[in-house]
Design a protein around this ligand. Structure first.
Ligand code: PMP
Length: 404
């Protein structure tokens, strides 16, 4: 009699399923559009040369490998906050930002959820986090497992393949006071639909009037437009507008440090006392989850920040990654026009970041797989990182054929 006989098998991750099916396919023209990590124009994973150089320097110094403090590497935290908020930010200058190193963006969101569940109830008496519909597939689970109730607000408009500002504002206006609003700072996953700065202005005002707390998830700073400043525009605007934002930062995409699990959770506070109290609670939470964060990623980022030539090479390569994706969007959309496909595909270039919500139906996605060996998840989300100069033609041909 087995102890575990009653454990049911959980469902497979949808994206993993795509990759498994792709790996089995023997068609040389097959394309995997499920990948959640950057690929270069040869379809290969990419390590930034600044990261390699920083790694080599760290290696040559034969540093000890002892635990980092629970709060993380102080120099890294300072670099991370400067990156998000800028060096001139008043909260940063006055040391009013509570922060902790976290296990990448996922860990930062989870720690934020744990913190909210203990210290920020909404008027319903429960900690409530509202997320865009749709949102990154992991968000609901992260916040629910972190002890929060999870709700939705309207975000994506399938008719325009764009942002539903009116629906979003209506939902936020009627949200319980004290709800947390989860916002994607840029490169909304999975839709690629970002509000314009004018629309952020409306959201900022609405969120303030409704007495809600903005929680930004910034997983793609610099990787979206190629500019660190443009991509942090919404976060910085909300700070200027007086919001006490919570922010989850990830270094997976912009530094390519995926497996190093490097991120930061930060919160704007109103006094030194508040900042110290919040950090003490964040440390208590982190202590029982991962105890101390990993050491290598923060060392790499610190080296890059310290050395001007590393820093310049980093921003240059980061912007090259962003621009490759922007260029692939353009090539894909141009090819569909060339093929005289009757649909309006202008959202392909309007949407931003790694993902494109193509508007393809589940049946069309299935047909792309069956007839063309093009693999993507049934929502029609295309990972633009999987598109290259060599396969964009085949992809356009497949999209054209299944939509005509
Ligand atoms: N938030 C969003 C919106 C994401 O797309 C991702 C990456 N897929 C993450 C957070 C977290 O990634 P990581 O844990 O690697 O930082």
């Amino acid at each position: 009699m087995s102890v575990w006989k009653d454990v049911p098998k959980g469902p497979e991750d949808a994206i993993l399923g795509v990759t498994i099916a792709y790996n089995k396919d023997e068609n040389p023209k097959k394309i995997n559009l499920g990948v959640g990590a950057y690929r270069d124009d040869n379809g290969k994973p990419f390590v930034l040369s600044s990261v390699r150089a920083a790694e080599a320097r760290i290696q040559s110094e034969k540093r000890p490998m002892e635990y980092l403090p629970v709060i993380g590497d102080k120099e890294f935290l300072s670099n991370s906050l400067k990156l998000a908020f800028t060096e001139d930010n008043e909260f940063l200058k006055n040391d009013l930002i509570a922060s902790i190193q976290a296990l990448s963006g996922t860990g930062a969101c989870r720690l934020g959820a744990e913190f909210i569940s203990r210290f920020h109830k909404s008027s319903t008496g429960m900690p409530l986090v509202l997320m865009p519909s749709p949102t990154w597939a992991n968000h609901p689970g992260i916040f629910r497992d972190g002890g929060c109730e999870v709700g939705k607000y309207r975000y994506y408009d399938p008719d325009s393949c764009g942002f539903d500002l009116e629906g979003c504002v209506e939902d936020l206006k009627s949200a319980p006071v004290g709800s947390v609003v989860l916002l994607h700072a840029c490169a909304h996953n999975p839709t690629g639909v970002d509000p314009t700065m004018d629309q952020w202005e409306v959201l900022s005002e609405t969120i303030k009037r409704a007495g809600l707390l903005p929680f930004f998830d910034m997983a793609y700073q610099g990787f979206t437009s190629g500019s660190l400043d443009i991509d942090a525009g919404a976060v910085r605007k909300f700070v200027e507008d007086g919001h006490r934002v919570m922010l989850a930062q990830s270094f997976s995409k912009n530094f390519g440090l995926y497996g190093h699990r490097l991120g930061t959770l930060s919160m704007l506070t109103d006094s030194d006392k508040e900042k110290m109290a919040i950090e003490s609670q964040l440390k208590i939470l982190a202590r029982t989850i991962w105890s101390n964060p990993p050491i290598q990623g923060s060392r790499i980022v610190n080296e890059v920040f310290k050395d001007n030539s590393f820093y310049n090479s980093w921003t240059e390569e980061m912007s090259r990654m962003a621009n490759r994706i922007i260029d692939m969007r353009k090539q894909l959309s141009d090819k569909l026009v060339e093929l005289k496909n009757p649909r309006d595909w202008s959202h392909i270039t309007r949407q931003k970041g790694m993902f494109c919500y193509s508007g393809l139906s589940p049946a069309q996605v299935e047909a792309m797989k069956e007839q063309f060996s093009v693999y993507l998840i049934s929502s029609g989300r295309i990972s633009m990182a999987g598109v290259t100069s060599a396969n964009v033609e085949h992809l356009a041909t497949a999209m054209d054929a299944v939509t005509k």
